[in-house]
Design a protein around this ligand. Structure first.
Ligand code: ATP
Ligand code: MG
Length: 654
């Protein structure tokens, strides 16, 4: 595949961002790779330790253990250390409910709540190393419970509140959690999600569960199982006011979090305490250039790694002020988010490409209605951001004033790995490129034999040295840990993603390595094709799948959703096909272009390729029931039906 395009895409660089780079980043990055232990020890000294480490790193491939012998507490880093300073009266969390209510928690309020909840957990017999499952909506109690677990050395496993009973039961049974924390309900698009009912269904399948703690959110009546279920408000009445933080070993597990499941059965990623916190504390400063005036808003759900690192542990370890929003982005009106930015004077805004594309589809009149002049920095995470979405975000949200940090990372990496680092120095940005690896991150693009590729060539992204955010293990499955990340190349971490480095050393993330089509002898990544499709002005989102073909090997089947106000037609279908040919070359001519109302997505907003593929192959929804995904079978069927139906309609028209 000809990836020289990466360079071309940069042709549309907003000139305002062409600043002269100094050498600061380059010096820091090379120093970090030459003397990693020294470098990371310097970073680690920014945190408070009960006991400093004996050794910075024990590297016994494939296991890296950081700050061995050190003792610390994650809750202390995020809460206690601030209340000893002026920050005790600083806002930690501005919470905005979907229903419009608000709650503001200062660092001292957070301290009080976390202590009392830690006491509740202790009184229920939860101790160091015990697992606690958190199935909560986006309410302040979610970070409070995470921090309370960390305070007593318990290990939290957050389960996204959009998941069904089966997904909860799988995670609880695997982690053997003895407590599940849930709520009487959560709000989503004005409707109440019956979280307690779903929890009951799950708990019935989970013998390890002794207690279900229920947070009151909606006030709806729920059934309580005697001897098992307890209202948080009742438990708090008995709680102590303070609980001493438990000093834990640096390598003590902080949490278990399951990956999104985009490519297969979700993996239970285990993160430690010391390395994880050091890595995130530093990365946050470098990437978001946080200061005391910053009002930070990461729109992710706490149920994903972004929520763990970029809502809870990194910002709070810096004593940042942040917004947490409970509900749907476009509810009750499609400018809800812009309204929140304006209301709280958000200065750093971090979201996903899928959200940006959704807003792009609604049209720029919505952000333009609001005063977004408080914004200083924008971020993107979750997938590659296509240059069109990047430029739209830059122009209409950032007012052509705010740099965009496109951050590449994974649940497994614990924190941001490749991203611009304006906190070190501003660099010229290229829309669609995550730019450079962070200090301490030794990223390389290699061929299938592990040989580093010259610039301009697409290959596999690996990380050659361990970094402190690296996962400790896959919970209960060390073999899967080895197989997934360490068996493909000797002593290097395999990311499973495609990447390319351009002439200037910028990294371009080009999708999953297992998502390549082989069309007439050419290998084309799905991400590249989708990027090209989305660059057509009528197209809002795109997904491609390959369909076996006796002559060409594979042919391209393209599904698109159109921008608001565009009518599907046979001529538009042809035009989009033509456009792909023009952007990539004749080999990219799709065999079929289908219009869809929406594309099936994972709960973290990534396109569910397995469904797209199944539809392209003409498989029946029955075949899909074996798909390992987190959505209910009905949801999969619905997505399938709408794709198929529109495809058929399309067939008739063309
Ligand atoms: P699973 O591993 O279970 O299939 P997943 O990989 O989707 O699920 P996550 O850990 O949430 O689970 O996602 C990490 C992946 O998301 C990365 O490997 C990459 O493919 C993609 N990604 C994240 N951020 C970016 C980015 N800025 N640019 C390009 N891709 C990104
Ligand atoms: Mg993954």
């Amino acid at each position: 595949m000809d990836m020289s395009q990466g360079g071309d895409r940069a042709g549309s660089l907003p000139t305002g961002l062409r600043v002269t780079p100094s050498k600061r980043y380059a010096e820091m990055h090379s120093r970090s790779l030459e003397q990693p232990e020294r470098f990371w020890a310097e970073q680690a000294r920014k945190l408070d330790w009960y006991k400093t480490w004996d050794r910075v790193l024990d590297w016994d491939p494939p296991y890296a253990r950081w700050f061995v012998g050190g003792l610390l507490n994650a809750c202390y880093q995020c809460v206690d250390r601030h209340i000893a300073t002026w920050r005790k009266s600083k806002v930690a969390i501005y919470w905005e409910a979907e229903t419009g209510e608000t709650r503001v928690l200062s660092y001292s309020t957070l301290y009080r709540e976390v202590n009392r909840v830690a006491s509740v957990l202790q009184r229920l017999g939860v101790g160091k190393g015990d697992r606690v499952a958190l199935y909560l909506p986006m309410v302040p109690e979610l970070p409070v419970f995470m921090l309370a677990c960390a305070r007593i050395g318990a290990v939290h496993t957050v389960i996204f509140s959009g998941f069904a009973a089966r997904a909860i039961a799988d995670r609880v049974n695997e982690t053997q959690a003895k407590v599940i924390v849930t709520a009487d309900g959560g709000y989503r698009r004005g409707k109440i999600v019956p979280l307690k009912e779903i929890t009951d269904e799950a708990a019935a399948l989970c013998p390890s569960v002794e207690t279900v703690i229920v947070v009151k959110r909606t006030g709806e009546p729920v059934s309580m199982t005697r001897g098992r279920d307890q209202w948080l408000s009742d438990l708090l009445k008995e709680a102590a006011l303070t609980v001493t933080p438990e000093p834990v070993e640096s390598t003590h597990p902080l949490y278990i979090l399951y990956t999104s499941g985009t490519t297969g059965k979700p993996k239970g990623v285990v993160h430690g305490t010391g390395g994880y916190l050091v890595f995130n504390h530093s990365a946050y400063e470098w990437v978001f250039d946080i200061n005391e005036r910053s009002v930070y808003w990461c729109t992710a759900d706490v149920g994903w790694v972004t929520g763990h690192s970029s809502i809870v542990y990194a910002p709070l370890s810096h004593g940042a002020a942040m917004v947490i929003y409970e509900g749907a982005p476009d509810y009750p009106t499609v400018d809800r988010w812009w309204d929140i930015v304006e209301k709280y004077g958000v200065s750093i805004f971090y979201t996903s490409p899928t959200a940006v594309r959704m807003f792009m589809r609604y049209g720029e009149e919505w952000p333009l209605k609001h005063d977004l002049s408080s914004l200083e920095l924008l971020g993107s995470v979750g997938e590659a951001i296509n240059p069109e979405a990047w430029l739209w975000y830059y122009k209409y949200v950032g007012g052509e004033r705010c740099p965009i940090v496109d951050t590449w990372w994974q649940t497994e990496t614990g924190g941001i790995m490749i991203s611009p680092t304006p906190g070190i120095e501003p660099i010229p940005l290229k829309p669609g490129s995550a730019t450079f690896p962070l200090p301490g991150v030794d990223a390389a693009v290699v061929d299938v034999d592990g040989k580093e590729l010259p610039s301009g060539q697409t290959g596999l992204l690996i990380i050659r040295k361990p970094w402190p955010g690296l996962l400790l293990d896959i919970y209960g499955d060390p073999q899967r840990y080895r197989d997934s990340y360490w068996s493909r190349f000797a002593d290097a971490y395999y990311t499973g993603d495609f990447a390319m480095r351009d002439e200037e050393g910028y990294f371009w993330l080009l999708g999953r390595a297992d998502e390549v089509l082989k069309v007439a002898g050419h290998r084309i990544g799905t991400a590249e094709l989708e990027d090209a499709a989305v660059s057509h002005p009528a197209v809002a989102e795109a997904a491609v799948a390959g369909k076996p073909d006796p002559v060409k090997g594979e042919v391209i089947v393209l599904f698109v959703t159109l921008r608001e106000g565009v009518t599907p037609s046979a001529s538009l279908r042809k035009e989009i096909g033509e456009h792909l040919r023009q952007v990539i070359g004749p080999v990219a001519q799709p065999e079929a272009v289908y219009f869809a109302k929406s594309l099936p997505k994972t709960r973290s907003g990534k396109i569910m390729r397995r469904i797209i593929k199944a539809v392209a192959l003409g498989q029946s929804p029955g075949d899909l029931s074996t798909l390992e995904n987190e959505a209910s079978i009905e949801e999969v069927k619905k997505a399938y039906d709408s794709l198929v139906k529109l495809s058929e309609e399309g067939d008739e028209k063309s």
